[in-house]
Design a binder for this molecule. Sequence first.
Ligand SMILES: [Zn+2]
Length: 322
Amino acid sequence: MLENEFVTFSQNFLDRSGNHRSNQKKINEYLCKNSAQYLIYWRGKVPVVSDVRDQLCWVGRDHPLVLNYSGMPTFLGLENDIPFFSINISSWLPGNYNEAAAGAFFDSNIYNHPDLPESSFFAELRGFMNRISAREAELAVMTRGINVWQENNLYCSKCGNLTEIINAGWQRNCVNCGAFHFPRTDPVVIMLVTHGNNILLGRSHGWPDKMYSCLAGFMEPGESIEAAVQREVLEETSILVKNVRYLTSQPWPFPSSLMIGCVAEALSKKVLIDPKEIENALWVSREEMLEAFSGNNERIYPARVGSIAHFMIKKWLSGSIE
Ligand SMILES: [Zn+2]
């Protein structure tokens, strides 16, 4: 297992105080604290400050967006007795909103809210995830994850009726059949497949030109991590792997995944892709990968900085992974 101190989104500083979520009296006390901090969530994005995009934009309890909020803020947790909350203003629609871009692989648009500082804007989290501190990355990823879950579970999956939010944002109960619904995380295996001096990379349909990353796929019910790694590599490239080992993990709330990073050894090199699953797969030598990381390779662009794939490939290049 690798130390994950440098995997973006993977460090946990916050005291989530999960036992306080169902205690409305306690939550109300936190809401009334002058030190309470709020992170505004809007359509998958959170606000950042300045063009450098290295700090989140926080507001206090007396900010107009908080004062005028009609819903129940989601309680994120405590740090040094300071309570952190998020509120969802996704119903706000700026005049320059680009709906097509919002549904694309990566939305590079930025949006200014008139009530937030002029120097701040809502932007795609993946565009600044490696610039903000690990502490703020945890709060951003948590805010995105819990709000997306709340938005996607308005209706009961058992009877189809409306659900209502309770426990400071962390549970939805059906108003009809009483079923409880909790935030879900979808496990995804992502693997560094090695063969001597080479690793196997692939690209999905619709990715930016020349971008290649580690193979990955959702785990299935009743499957171990090892079996999922073997099945996904076989399905996508027809290659058998052995000796699957866990390396590290990364919360990836796009929309609700937990990336489980593994390394595996290929038993052969002949690639036969399933075109329904991926667009292409290829073997990349250590030398070519080093070129790609330094921006000097014309065939491939490496996985984005901040992704677990980037982290694992970098560790392999440094010799930390055999
Ligand atoms: Zn129901």
